[in-house]
Design a protein. Structure first.
Length: 154
């Protein structure tokens, strides 16, 4: 996909901005940390550092794939905080309390996981078809570089 770089840069900017926000105003994130999580302030600060590191990692070719995988895992791991906020009706200043906010937020979390994996080059789905050859992503009709599967001829 030709726009992977744009998608990557937008996601990196979002993660870096939210990471900085976690560090600058951790108290704003404290209410949505589920009650069973120990050291909630430290967790908020560490998640901010993870977001910044992941965003920067997406921008560097040498760390891009690793950062994409880790940000995908990160987005999956913080999903419970969003679920907690929605279902336990946790009020956070400057955010709506309605399902008009929470439903799309919860439904789009898997998209955020995919976005990180795609931006990092971990996955190519669903763009593997026509655009794959232009980015060197097509590994032949047998799904890998080279010829047919071992032991077979064409």
């Amino acid at each position: 996909m030709e726009n992977r770089g744009l998608v990557r840069n937008v996601l990196a900017a979002i993660y870096i901005a939210f990471g900085l926000l976690h560090l600058a105003a951790p108290d704003g994130f404290m209410p949505i940390v589920p009650p069973g999580v120990p050291f909630p302030r430290a967790v908020v600060l560490v998640t901010g550092v993870c977001e910044i590191a992941g965003g920067i990692g997406l921008l560097a070719p040498a760390t891009r794939r690793w950062a994409g995988g880790m940000l995908g895992l990160y987005a999956l791991c913080v999903w419970p905080a969003n679920i907690y906020q929605a279902f336990w009706h946790v009020h956070v200043a400057h955010l709506p309390d309605s399902w008009w906010y929470h439903a799309p937020r919860l439904a789009l979390q898997p998209v955020l996981v995919w976005w990180a994996l795609f931006a990092g080059g971990v996955v190519d789905w669903p763009f593997r078809g026509a655009h794959a050859e232009s980015e060197g992503l097509n590994h032949g009709k047998h799904g890998r570089q080279g010829g047919p599967p071992a032991g077979r001829s064409t």
